[in-house]
Every structure is written in structure tokens, then in C-alpha cells.
Design a protein around this ligand. Structure first.
Ligand SMILES: Cc1cc2nc3c(=O)[nH]c(=O)nc-3n(C[C@H](O)[C@H](O)[C@H](O)COP(=O)(O)OP(=O)(O)OC[C@H]3O[C@@H](n4cnc5c(N)ncnc54)[C@H](O)[C@@H]3O)c2cc1C
Length: 403
């Protein structure tokens, strides 16, 4: 038996869920295929920025999402054990959402899932996409697997929102370049800290970086170290790590007791994905499947939310014209590609400064940060870019950051 839908979305991560919500709001019959059996509580936080918050507002979910997160307008940057470097003030942005909102991503998934289901969307959990059997006729025929058995679905179009290792991308034969960064991040949620409700804090040293961001009822901590040092680092034990965190940010000392073992800490290495095309016949890709990026700008999920809205508009036009060809779907890629490549490139450049072991880049990074902190014009330029509100720097702006 084949289950028929208007749109099949593979992957109920933030991008796939946002796309699903927007399409079901337009009355489309949508099915999300998700390999995981359900939502498990995240061990990390996720920061929504002005571009992502604007997308959430367009989905009609801003009030609900605001309730699960913690708002911050300031990030204070310090050199570890030394002086403050700069305080970045997001309220200087001329934007209706000129702040950050840090959430626990599984809480955000639950809000999006609830909105999707209440608008009539179907989520098939424990269902892994396997292959596209045909996309040359009126409908795309898809094979998935549930509890070891094959299940078949069909749709007018399929969307791969299945992350950086996208199997949909592979099934479509779209070539991708995957670059592994030498960076590793330890991510965790500690207890709440009152002083961090006023400002998030980020600390840097050569080859080391740590961030402390408030969520609604915890503190999201991320800690960078080079990939090659992870095993040795962990051998020193979780208590030694907690001592180090407390030395970097003394205000968290009393909030680390819930971190009992390395099992309470998530670890992830970053990758960049670049693809030749975001679309194919009756098929499109979004989010990390097409533009996974270095996390230093905290933009991946924000960009996925923007992708979801742009793709919804294009898919609606496809329905109106009854035209799901790659040529028509290309409108979506044209709208999104420039901004995402800009953010990928700039995030990679920022990482060169903030997660570097090189003396020269570390010195240069500090200089850029200090200059940015001192000048409102530079700060506005930098934040507009890192908040996903522009897709380029002018030559003049580039020069002003370093001279
Ligand atoms: C250290 C770190 C920190 C980050 N911090 C931030 C941040 O603060 N802000 C931000 O905006 N971004 C951040 N990001 C990036 C962000 O997490 C991702 O860009 C975002 O989650 C991508 O969403 P997505 O929906 O495209 O993919 P994913 O979240 O990867 O979702 C893909 C979904 O597809 C499912 N799936 C995969 N294969 C199949 C299959 N064969 N069949 C069915 N389902 C399948 C998966 O189970 C998953 O649910 C960070 C990334 C890292 C590495």
C-alpha cells in the first residue's frame, strides 16, 4: 500500500518541521518521515537570532517560542583570565527582534511538532527514508523502512530536510563537498545563573573558547577544543572540566552539580556542506542538507527556518502552475543561496579567529573584536551580518574591521 500526500518531507528537525508548519497552514497534505522514535531532551541550547525569530513570527509561533526561551541583548566577550574585550549590544540593530533567544532545541521541536500536528500534518516516527523509486512521472514514489519493513509513500514533491549526511541528497545524485573542521565542541546545560540573565558571556584564549548563555531555566555552556585533543582531555575527568569552567566563569561554580559524568555532555565536530544544486525534478533540499556550516555564527537553524519559508512560497507557486520541474524549483535556490554562502564563508572566517591555535590569527581576532566593541558603526555592520540580515560586506566595511 502507498500513502499519498501533497508533500513528503524527510527529517523532522527544525527545518523540516518549520516547512511542514508553513505548508499545512496553506492547507497542504504533508507527511514528515523521521528516523528517530520521538523527541528526546537535548543536552544543549540553541540560539535564535533576529532572522530566525522573524521566520518564527511568520509561522505564527513567536509568542509560544518566546515563552520557552531566554532573551539576551548583550554578549560580553572576555579573554580567559584577563580583561574584557568587547560587549556586543544587539539592541542597536534596527530590527523588530533585535535580541537573541536561547532555547533548548528539543523544546522548540515540541512547539513546532504541536503546531504541525494541530494543523493536520502527519509525522511518521521511526521511519527512515531509503530511496526514491521514481520522480519522473506525476508523483514521486519513495521507499522508507519502519521496524525493519518497507513502507511506501508518494507525494507531488519530496523535500530532503535530513541533515548534513542527507540520504535524499544521495538518492537524487546531487554531488556535495563535505569539509570536516578540526574543531570539537562540548555542549551542556547547567543550572540557572542569575547574573547571566543580564548578559551572555563568551571567553576566548588561544586554542580555547567557552560560552555561557541563559536559557529559560538553565545555562547553556559550549566549550571548544581541537578535535585531536578530545580523548586526552576527557581522560582528565569531568570534575577537572567543571573546575576549569568555574575558573573561566566563576558565576557558574554553583550551577554545575547536574553534570555528573561525560554522559551529561554532548560532543560534536563541525562540518561544512556545499552542494552543486539545491533542487532536482520534484525534489528540493533545505537546511544542513545543503549548507551545514561552522557553528561560530550560531546560524544553522536560523538559516533552515528562512529556507523553510522561501521553499513554501516556491512550492505554492509550483502547485498553482502544476509545475514541479527543477527549473521552477530553482527560484527557491536563487532566493537563498547567496545569503547562506555568505554566512558559511564568514562563519568559517570568524572561527579562524575565535577557535584558533595560531598566535597571529588570535591576535588579529582580538583586534577585530576590540575595534568592533568600540565603534557603533562597526558593531552594527558585524551584527547585521552575523544575525542573518544581510548577504554581503562592502569592500569599505571589510577594510574598516582591520585598519
Ligand atoms: C556545536 C553546534 C552549535 C550550534 N548552535 C547553533 C545555534 O546556536 N543556532 C543555530 O541556528 N544553529 C546552531 N547550530 C546548527 C544547527 O544545529 C543546525 O544547523 C540545524 O539543527 C539544522 O537543522 P536541519 O533541520 O537542517 O537538520 P537536522 O537538525 O540535522 O535534522 C535532520 C533530521 O532528519 C532526520 N533524518 C536523518 N536521516 C533520515 C532518514 N534517512 N530518514 C528519516 N529521517 C532522517 C534526523 O533524525 C533529524 O531529525 C549549531 C551546530 C553545532 C554543530
Amino acid at each position: 500500500m502507498v500513502e499519498d500526500y501533497d508533500v513528503l518531507i524527510v527529517g523532522a528537525g527544525l527545518g523540516g518541521l518549520a516547512l511542514g508548519c508553513a505548508l499545512v497552514s496553506n492547507g497542504r497534505k504533508v507527511c514528515l518521515l523521521e528516523a528517530r522514535p520521538g523527541v528526546t531532551r537535548s543536552k544543549r541550547g540553541l540560539t535564535l537570532q533576529p532572522n530566525g525569530l522573524a521566520a518564527v513570527r511568520k509561522l505564527g509561533l513567536l509568542d509560544r517560542v518566546a515563552r520557552i526561551g531566554s532573551k539576551t541583548a548583550m554578549i560580553a566577550w572576555h579573554e580567559i583570565g584577563k580583561k574584557p574585550l568587547a560587549t556586543l549590544d544587539y539592541s542597536i540593530l534596527d530590527h523588530p527582534h533585535n535580541h537573541l533567544l536561547t532555547v533548548v532545541p528539543s523544546d522548540l521541536e515540541l512547539v513546532l511538532r504541536e503546531a504541525f500536528s494541530s494543523r493536520g500534518g502527519i509525522i511518521c516516527e521511526s521511519t527512515s527514508f531509503r530511496d526514491i523509486l521514481s520522480n519522473r512521472s506525476e508523483r514521486v514514489l519513495v521507499e522508507a523502512e519502519r521496524n525493519g519493513s518497507p513502507v511506501m509513500f508518494s507525494g507531488r514533491i519530496i523535500v530532503g530536510a535530513d541533515g548534513e549526511n542527507s540520504r535524499v541528497r544521495q538518492a537524487l545524485g546531487i554531488p556535495a563537498r563535505v569539509k570536516k573542521y578540526p574543531d570539537h565542541f562540548l555542549l551542556m546545560l547547567a543550572g540557572p545563573v542569575a547574573s547571566l540573565q543580564l548578559e551572555a558571556r563568551q571567553y576566548v584564549a588561544r586554542g580555547n573558547m567557552a560560552g555561557f548563555f541563559p536559557t529559560r531555566d538553565s545555562t547553556y555552556i559550549f566549550y571548544y577544543l581541537p578535535n585531536r585533543t578530545v580523548a586526552e582531555f576527557k581522560l582528565r575527568g569531568i570534575e577537572s572540566f567543571k573546575k576549569q569552567l568555574a575558573e573561566i566563569e566563576p558565576d557558574v561554580s554553583d550551577s554545575l552539580s547536574n553534570l555528573g559524568s561525560w554522559g551529561d555532555v554532548a560532543g560534536v565536530s563541525a562540518r561544512r556542506v556545499d552542494v552543486k544544486s539545491w533542487v532536482s525534478e520534484r525534489a528540493a533540499l533545505l537546511g544542513d542538507a545543503v549548507h551545514a556550516l561552522d557553528p561560530s555564527w550560531a546560524q544553522g537553524a536560523n538559516l533552515s527556518l528562512q529556507d523553510a519559508l522561501a521553499l513554501t512560497n516556491t512550492i505554492e507557486r509550483c502547485f498553482e502552475l502544476n509545475d514541479f520541474t527543477a527549473a521552477k524549483l530553482k527560484d527557491y535556490e536563487k532566493e537563498r543561496r547567496k545569503q547562506t554562502e555568505f554566512v558559511q564563508n564568514q562563519a568559517e572566517r570568524t572561527a579562524l579567529f575565535t577557535t584558533t591555535e595560531s598566535r597571529f590569527y588570535y591576535w588579529l581576532g582580538k583586534r577585530v573584536l576590540q575595534r568592533t566593541g568600540r565603534s557603533k558603526t562597526l558593531m552594527r555592520t558585524a551584527l547585521q551580518a552575523s544575525c542573518g540580515l544581510t548577504d554581503h560586506f562592502s569592500l569599505r566595511e571589510k577594510i574598516r574591521f582591520i585598519t
